[in-house]
Design a protein around this ligand. Structure first.
Ligand SMILES: *Cc1c(COP(=O)(O)O)cnc(C)c1O
Length: 823
């Protein structure tokens, strides 16, 4: 089905008519009364019609071929905008541009009116979005399941250097991509009690759960189209709705608020995304969200399955992937549905459950390992708590039967944590209930085997496997960087776009050609100018586009070590002031990222970045050699502007703490050079790109573990580095916070005496690596050669490759007829 984009006169005329028809009949406007937003809506709706035509074809194709279906359960989908994505995958970009031009409307202009759908916090949610696009491209029959949050991730506003969170209102003007499916609704229960209704022949009673509280889950479907219309899948997001909107008796009795209280409570479930990237919620509403979307999704997929197949064939026809432990309650819910609703015997239900479910782990951080108090579970999900106890009991019996009696081992693999109050360990539940448990980079997977799941791994040595993350090149290269894309197509041909994993490497010889390097540099320059314009208009700061654009954009978290980068800013600032005559390499340090609203230390880091930025940018002695900017409200749309403009990509987490990272891949794909630690996917990137084309520094994961054994006091490291000592000193003494000289005293104290993320321990190595950056920048031929090689050697980090691995190793699915799985 790979027909190249052709914008015939005819297709342009058809599109134009469709837009005008939407303008008239969907927005009720005409050419004179239409505002820009009406145009956006008309174009989006016209585009959606093309999606729907292809959607129907895909649905028929899947039904006819009896393809096994994949269900991707994720509490987050960080989607971003969809207009350009959809037009581009439909092959209608030029058609749409020309059709609109004839109407005197600029496509770029109106595409910027689309809100950025931020139904996720960061990497985990963005991975889900990339996977959805890749599955459609490869013809994997997939449904994404999640929550249709009324409010996505907060909008970050910086006031006086501090982060403030404003409510995100992405649905204000409606959402042209979705279809409400009022008919596809399910009842979700909470609370109540469980009773034994009838004694079965084998002596066990059948259990019946009578919840006291119920809410409705209503489906909203968004079509997700693959590259060149390969196939169209569905992202089904659930909205919670009360069973009764109004208690009329109470209303009539004059209790107007009380009459809607129940409805408000029910609808609060899908009201807002939890704004923490690493779990710290632990609240009841979060558990309600998790169970709500899991139950609706499992009821929905079982309903679809039993229409055509026997329940026994579930694992033959269905694969369910759990994106982190957020949907781990699926283990107990699937058991409940199979045993209580479908009448299967426990053993058989367990076999089907394990064979159907698979779990992706995303982090080893202890604070991120979800667990729920037994008391809360008993109150909210009493039947599930029973099931979890039963799974646990069966498991321990099975181990004892295998003559395993080691008490410490039994304790560590138990589903119940006994030490800090009794809690249910969702990681262990997901592990036991799945046939596959995967990490997201080679290093992360290895560490999973050695740490969090050490004991479970000994019992189930074949269950843990690795699936290194990837990103979709359609969004992170073709759409975000059209300049580079046309340069690549010019040299490698149109086929590149269909098979970048295979063809990008053919770019390698170009790295040796000065004419090509020049073109490569020019596209970067163009993108840097676009970013400089944005910074100028948003922040009023002028950037030198000849300087190195040195970029760290990601969630603000101590383990990601924005502080290490900020210490470098300060040390560099001091070095330039002390020695203004040296031929310093001009540098622009660019930061962006959100902090969890309740994460004080991360918010203080944002304030420090802004304080440093203000001081440095206003210091005339620097002659503009160093600028520091913090760009507010990092999201997918902003990432699409920043990443193609980066010369240097900062991937400097404490080794062993970043599970994979995906922005590292986006940057390298666009030709930025990475300065980074041997952490997450950086390790595999270095194997493919070559360490000579990166700036690798610092302690390895193993060395980090060793260093920690020696304590977290960094006095010796600080005494050893004059540079580090004076940078810390300046921050501590209020050089950057004259209005509140003590603002950072505690922060600096923490770095000196309790440096959990080993910032000080890696500082000198980082400084040296930054010197290598400058040395290479001064040799442009070598810099740009490396830059080209970064793009040429990043093909493997495509999410198509990742999905192919999931499909073959975990899901056991074959691609659909129109897909290109076998590239
Ligand atoms: C890719 C991406 C991330 C993940 O970035 P990491 O640096 O890998 O943590 C987070 N947010 C957005 C908007 C992204 O596009």
């Amino acid at each position: 089905m790979s027909r190249p984009e052709c914008s015939s006169l005819e297709s342009v005329a058809v599109f134009r008519e469709r837009i005008l028809s939407k303008l008239k009949y969907a927005t009720g406007k005409d050419l004179t009364s239409a505002c820009k937003h009406d145009w956006f809506e008309a174009v989006a709706l016209a585009t959606r019609d093309y999606l729907v035509d292809n959607w129907e074809d895909s649905a028929l194709q899947i039904d006819r071929s009896e393809q096994k279906r994949v269900y991707y359960l994720s509490l987050e989908f960080l989607i971003g905008r969809l207009l350009i994505d959809n037009l581009s995958n439909l092959g209608l970009m030029e058609t749409a541009r020309e059709a609109l031009a004839e109407l005197n409307v600029d496509l770029q202009d109106i595409s910027e009116l689309e809100p950025d759908a931020a139904l996720g916090n960061g990497g985990l949610g963005r991975l889900a979005a990339c996977f959805m696009e890749s599955m459609a491209t490869l013809g994997v029959a997939a449904h994404g399941y999640g929550i249709r949050y009324e409010h996505g991730l907060f909008r970050q506003v910086i006031i006086d250097g501090w982060q403030h969170e404003h409510t995100e209102t992405w649905l204000d003007f409606g959402n042209p991509w979705e279809f409400e499916r009022s008919e596809a609704g399910y009842t979700i229960g909470f609370g109540g009690s469980v009773s034994t209704v009838q004694a079965a022949s084998h002596g066990l009673g059948r259990q019946s759960w009578q919840p006291t509280e119920t809410v409705r889950a209503i489906a909203y479907d968004t079509p997700i189209i693959g590259w060149k219309r390969a196939s169209v899948n569905t992202l089904r997001l659930w909205r919670s709705r009360a069973e009764r909107f109004l208690q009329l008796e109470r209303f009539n009795a004059g209790d107007h608020l009380g009459a809607v209280a129940e409805a408000v409570k029910a609808e609060s479930i899908s009201r807002v995304l939890y704004p923490a990237d690493i779990t710290e919620a632990g609240q009841e509403l979060r558990l309600r969200q998790e169970y709500f979307f899991v139950s609706a999704s499992l009821q929905d997929l079982l309903h679809r399955h039993v229409k055509h197949h026997d329940i026994q064939r579930l694992p033959d026809m269905v694969a369910i992937q759990l994106n982190d432990t957020h949907p781990a309650i699926a283990v107990a819910e699937l058991m409940r549905l199979l045993v209580d609703e479908h009448g299967l015997a426990w053993e058989q239900a367990w076999q089907l459950t394990v064979a159907t479910l698979a779990y992706t782990n995303h982090t080893l951080l202890p604070e991120a390992l979800e667990s729920w108090p037994v008391s809360l579970m008993e109150r909210l999900l009493p039947r599930h708590m029973q099931i979890i106890y039963l799974i646990n009991a069966h498991h321990i019996d099975m181990l004892r039967a295998k003559d395993i009696h080691d008490f410490a081992l039994l304790r560590s693999v138990s589903l119940i944590e006994e030490d800090q109050g009794r809690r249910v360990r969702m990681g262990n539940l997901a592990f036991l209930g799945s046939h596959s448990v995967n990490g997201v980079s080679a290093l992360h997977t290895e560490l999973m085997r050695e740490t969090v799941f050490r004991d479970l791994h000994r019992l189930y040595p074949n269950r843990i496997n690795n699936k290194t993350n990837g990103v979709t090149f359609r969004r992170w290269l073709y759409q975000s960087n059209p300049q580079l894309t046309s340069l690549l197509v010019e040299h490698l041909g149109d086929e590149l776009l269909d098979a970048p994993e295979r063809l990008l490497q053919k770019l390698e010889p170009c790295a040796e050609k000065s004419s090509f390097r020049k073109r490569f540099m020019e596209q970067r320059q163009h993108n840097k100018q676009a970013l400089a314009n944005l910074v100028q208009s948003w922040l009023g700061i002028t950037l030198d586009t000849e300087a190195i654009f040195d970029v760290q954009v990601k969630r603000i978290h101590e383990y990601k070590r924005q502080l290490l980068n900020l210490l470098h800013c300060v040390a560099l600032y001091q070095a330039i002031r002390n020695d203004p005559a040296t031929d310093w390499v001009p540098r622009v340090k660019i930061f962006a990222g959100k902090a969890a609203a309740s994460y004080y230390q991360a918010k203080l880091i944002i304030k420090l970045a802004n304080d440093i930025s203000r001081t440095i940018n206003h210091d005339p002695t620097l002659r503009g050699l160093l600028k520091v900017v913090f760009i507010p409200n990092y999201n997918v749309t902003l990432a699409e502007v920043i990443i193609p403009a980066a010369d240097l990509s900062e991937q400097i987490s404490t080794a062993g703490m970043e599970a994979s990272g995906t922005s590292n891949m986006k940057f390298a794909l666009n030709g930025a050079l990475t300065i980074g630690t041997m952490d997450g996917a950086n390790v595999e990137m270095s194997e493919r790109i070559g360490t000579e084309n990166m700036f690798i520094f610092g302690m390895s994961a193993e060395q980090v573990a060793m260093r920690r054994l020696a304590g977290l006091d960094m006095s010796a490291e600080i005494a050893h580095s004059q540079r580090l000592a004076s940078a810390l000193e300046a921050i501590r003494n209020g050089v950057f916070s004259p209005d509140d000289p003590n603002r950072y005293a505690g922060l600096v104290e923490g770095l000196q005496y309790h440096d959990r993320f080993l910032v000080c321990a890696d500082f000198e190595a980082y400084w040296q690596a930054q010197l290598r950056v400058e040395a290479l920048w001064k040799r442009p031929m070598h810099w740009w050669k490396s830059s080209v090689l970064n793009t040429a050697r990043t093909g493997w980090f495509s999410s198509d490759r990742a999905i192919r691995e999931y499909a073959a190793d975990i899901w056991n699915v074959m691609p659909g007829g129109s897909g290109k799985l076998g590239e």
